[in-house]
Design a protein around this ligand. Structure first.
Ligand SMILES: NC(=O)c1ccc[n+]([C@@H]2O[C@H](COP(=O)([O-])OP(=O)(O)OC[C@H]3O[C@@H](n4cnc5c(N)ncnc54)[C@H](O)[C@@H]3O)[C@@H](O)[C@H]2O)c1
Length: 252
């Protein structure tokens, strides 16, 4: 099948698109014939990625957004609608992990910033995009949580709390729009290979790797494949669900 037609003219927004997993998602969407809004707080890498995906600009648009700022999230959605006339898919992927210290030592601003980006940013995305999806009666939202949101351990409390919040938020929003053609799901990755993991010392990296029964880190492309399915027509009877992608690490 002609790749350009498989996406059926669909349009996706990916936040945190210039990061490791976001990049893989954008590449996958474009390969599947889906136009993509490459949204990130750091605009230069987002521009470079959009240009690499489609130098003509027809299939990829770079947009600067800070997901903690609702006005800018609204502008991102308005910009996407002006560019493509529709938004079918939103992947709330932007995330940070700060304050890698015990809770009693965590700087208060690290707590607030993590909750702002990792949880409130996801809410902002859902709030801003849903009116246009509701109008068209079709949509897919995929929220990137983490195994930290289910298990907490070995993660900063703010990150685990925010990612657990994403699961609750996903279930609530999914329930609200379930009968209106919009499916909202979360995924909980284990450790996915990024330059941050590469920068760890050998011993620590081996300790993280060994937490995964499959015996390796996940790859961003594997996450992108799951997100592609959750964003598709084929995903039709799952909403408010939490999809594990942790190499067997999750106990539930
Ligand atoms: N890599 C892993 O092992 C792993 C595991 C579980 C969950 N996750 C989640 O997957 C998502 C992507 O992670 P990654 O490993 O690709 O990280 P990454 O750091 O490579 O990418 C994150 C991206 O988010 C962007 N960003 C940060 N703050 C932002 C803001 N306020 N507004 C808009 N964009 C912002 C960054 O500029 C960056 O491009 C995150 O939500 C992360 O928590 C990652």
């Amino acid at each position: 099948m002609d790749q350009a037609t498989t996406g059926d003219g669909r349009v996706a927004i990916v936040t945190g698109a210039a990061g490791t997993i976001g990049t893989a998602m954008c590449e996958r969407f474009v390969r599947d014939g889906i136009r993509v809004v490459v949204a990130d707080v750091t605009i230069e890498p987002a521009r470079a990625l959009a240009h690499r995906l489609d130098p003509s600009g027809g299939r990829a648009l770079a947009v600067a957004v800070d997901v903690t700022d609702y006005a800018r999230v609204e502008s991102m959605v308005d910009g996407a609608l002006a560019w493509a006339g529709r938004i079918d898919i939103l992947v709330n992927n932007a995330g940070i992990s700060e304050g890698h210290v015990p809770s009693w030592e965590m700087p208060l601003d690290a707590w607030r910033r993590t909750i702002d980006v990792d949880l409130t940013g996801v809410f902002h995305g859902c709030r801003a995009v849903l009116p246009s999806m509701l109008e068209r009666g079709w949509g897919r939202i995929v929220n990137i949580s983490s195994i930290a949101g289910k298990e907490g351990k070995n993660n900063p409390a703010a990150y685990a709390a925010a990612k657990a919040g994403v699961i609750g938020l996903t279930k609530s929003v999914a329930f609200e729009v379930a009968a209106r053609g919009i499916l909202v799901n979360a995924i909980t990755p284990g450790s996915i290979w990024t330059p941050a993991w590469a920068a760890l010392g050998d011993e620590r990296r081996e300790e993280v790797r060994s937490r995964h029964p499959i015996g390796r880190f996940g790859q961003a492309e594997e996450v992108a494949a799951l997100v592609a399915w959750l964003s598709s027509e084929e995903c039709s009877f799952s909403t408010g669900a939490v999809f594990d992608i942790s190499g067997g690490r999750a106990g539930h």
